[in-house]
Write a protein that binds this ligand. Structure first.
Ligand code: ATP
Length: 301
């Protein structure tokens, strides 16, 4: 998969600055199951994740000769070592023993935040891919994904992209065939959900229904969109929906206008629909835009 890295050399004064460009693509969880709590406090999960065409853009100036900086066009995104993109660059230079005289990372944000769409992880993964390519691929793509697990649970998947079965804390990623072509509509309501609180709620209750991963994998292997739609399930969805009934409103709009499956992604609060035709996706988008500014149409990547 090619995410469009372009290297541009610009002359700034007497210095040549090299700029790397990389796309950072969002993910959705077609399935998500929460398994046991691990000794390290994290939970094991099992999830079929899918990369979608909603993207942030990452630009990296290398060897700037100045202290590291990070600029993001969106307010509220940390612009220091707390940013996962920054952390990814630190981990890359530490582990590969490559060196730079200075870095500037610029992020153009389009992936909604606190949505369960892995925005920060996608940015981190894009930084890893861009730096690895620029420094002559010291790491294989699998080693790069493994490195990503030091940055965040969703980063290994975001390095590899496509359709994959993700297990453990997120560090075990098994690629699956690409899912069949379709449209996604994704709507991010105004509220956000605290992921640690959600895990606590799941720990304190019994999970009444879980996704059937065998059936989902067979559906993907068969390229059967109808069966994929039948097997979409996220254990967090009913827990969040119980407290935020507007998710039902969004799903009812999806359902009324040709969606074949609708579900919350990750720990929310974005909800996606699978729609076979772009025309239906456009109608849904128009309907929801009256109340929700953050509605997108996307394709599987
Ligand atoms: P996930 O699906 O992985 O749970 P999310 O959609 O819930 O992701 P993000 O939007 O990726 O969450 O980020 C959540 C928080 O992480 C933000 O509020 C922000 O403080 C911090 N953060 C760190 N790095 C980034 C980044 N590059 N982009 C956005 N947020 C970042």
């Amino acid at each position: 998969m090619f995410f469009g890295i372009i290297v541009v050399n610009k002359k700034k004064g007497s210095k040549h600055i090299t700029t790397l460009y990389e796309g950072a693509f969002a993910k959705i969880n077609l399935t998500l199951d929460v398994l046991d709590k691990r000794p390290d406090g994290y939970h094991d999960i099992q999830s079929v994740m899918q990369t979608i065409s909603i993207r942030d853009d990452i630009e990296i100036d290398v060897d700037t000769g100045k202290p590291w900086t990070l600029i993001c066009d969106k307010e509220g995104v940390p612009t220091d070592h707390r940013n996962l993109a920054w952390k990814a660059a630190e981990v890359f230079f530490e582990q590969t023993r490559r060196q730079t005289t200075g870095l500037e990372i610029r992020i153009t944000k389009r992936i909604p935040m606190e949505a369960g769409m892995g925005g920060g992880s996608a940015d981190a993964a894009a930084v890893l891919r861009a730096l690895n390519r620029h420094y002559g691929e010291p790491l294989s793509i699998m080693a790069l994904a493994e490195l990503g697990s030091l940055v965040g649970s969703d980063v290994p998947f975001c390095v590899l992209c496509g359709t994959a079965m993700v297990e453990g804390r997120g560090e075990r990623v098994r690629k699956l065939p690409d899912m069949p072509d379709c449209c996604f509509v994704v709507c991010k309501p105004d509220f956000s959900v605290s992921t640690p609180e959600l895990y606590k709620k799941i720990d304190d209750s019994t999970i009444p229904h879980r996704p059937d991963h065998q059936k989902m994998e067979s559906a993907i292997l068969a390229g059967d969109l109808g069966k994929i739609a039948e097997n979409i399930y996220n254990v967090f969805d009913p827990v969040v929906t119980q407290e935020h009934l507007e998710l039902n409103y969004i799903k009812s709009i999806y359902n009324s206008y040709g969606s074949i499956a609708q579900q919350m992604t990750g720990s929310g609060s974005a909800v996606f629909a699978i729609v076979q035709d772009f025309e239906y996706a456009a109608v849904i988008c128009n309907m929801l835009r009256e109340n929700y500014p953050n509605v997108f149409i996307a394709k599987p990547v």
